[in-house]
Write a protein that binds this ligand. Structure first.
Ligand SMILES: C[S@@+](CC[C@H](N)C(=O)[O-])C[C@H]1O[C@@H](n2cnc3c(N)ncnc32)[C@H](O)[C@@H]1O
Length: 198
């Protein structure tokens, strides 16, 4: 095949485990390697549809935990500890929904897999993903508990060093992570912020 192999081992594993998307393996790897979330945590899952991350996160936080998932698109049917909102993360409605669900509590992790509609124009895709990464960081500023963890997907471009700098101001540890389940042809990376300084 000239382009990428769409139905690789992660595609087949996702099917076999009944996961809505192969993306779940990426967050699973980040949880295993970096203890991004723990049992009992409340987590914001931004850019959650069709729901691969949400299923994995809901399992990781367990019945005492909570996953609040937001996306422009609908999510596949979820677990009892998973609540979904369909809308734009920039909108007032999404902010109000998070407020209602959390009732004054903070979350222990903000996980963003938000991605713009890719144009194939390198600098444009990089900039749009940077903007979504900045928005995810704003959400963390509002809702993340001191000591909490963060991850955002970016397509690195000119703004990438600036994004890392912003994260270093807020987190004790910052790492750039390329999950095994990322397609070999994709330029995506995940920026992890561990230990929100508050
Ligand atoms: C790669 S997909 C997410 C895959 C998902 N994490 C999973 O595991 O199934 C990126 C998602 O970001 C969402 N997205 C992009 N911009 C958004 C915005 N402004 N507000 C909410 N969601 C957004 C898209 O609708 C899309 O579903």
């Amino acid at each position: 095949m000239a382009t990428y192999e769409r139905k690789d081992r992660f595609y087949h594993q996702a099917k076999a485990r009944g996961l809505p998307s192969r993306a779940g393996f990426k967050i699973e790897e980040m949880i295993l390697r970096h203890r991004l979330v723990r049992a009992g945590d409340a987590v914001l899952d931004l850019g959650a549809a069709p729901g691969g991350w949400a299923v994995v996160l809901a399992k990781a936080v367990g019945p005492r935990g909570l996953v609040l998932a937001i996306d422009l698109e609908p999510l596949a049917k979820g677990a009892p500890n998973l609540r979904a909102f369909r809308g734009d993360i920039h909108g007032e409605a999404a902010a109000s929904w998070m407020g209602e669900q959390l009732e004054g509590r903070k979350v222990q992790a903000v996980c963003s897999d938000m991605s713009p509609k890719l144009t194939g124009i390198f600098f444009k895709d990089a900039y749009l993903s940077y903007e979504l990464g900045v928005k995810a960081l704003e959400v963390a500023q509002r809702w993340l508990q001191a000591g909490g963890n963060f991850v955002a997907k970016l397509f690195p471009g000119e703004e990438f060093p600036e994004y890392l700098k912003k994260l270093r101001n807020h987190f004790k540890t910052v790492k750039v992570f390329e999950p095994e389940a990322t397609r070999k042809t994709s330029r995506e990376v995940y920026v992890l912020g561990l230990g929100w300084k508050g």
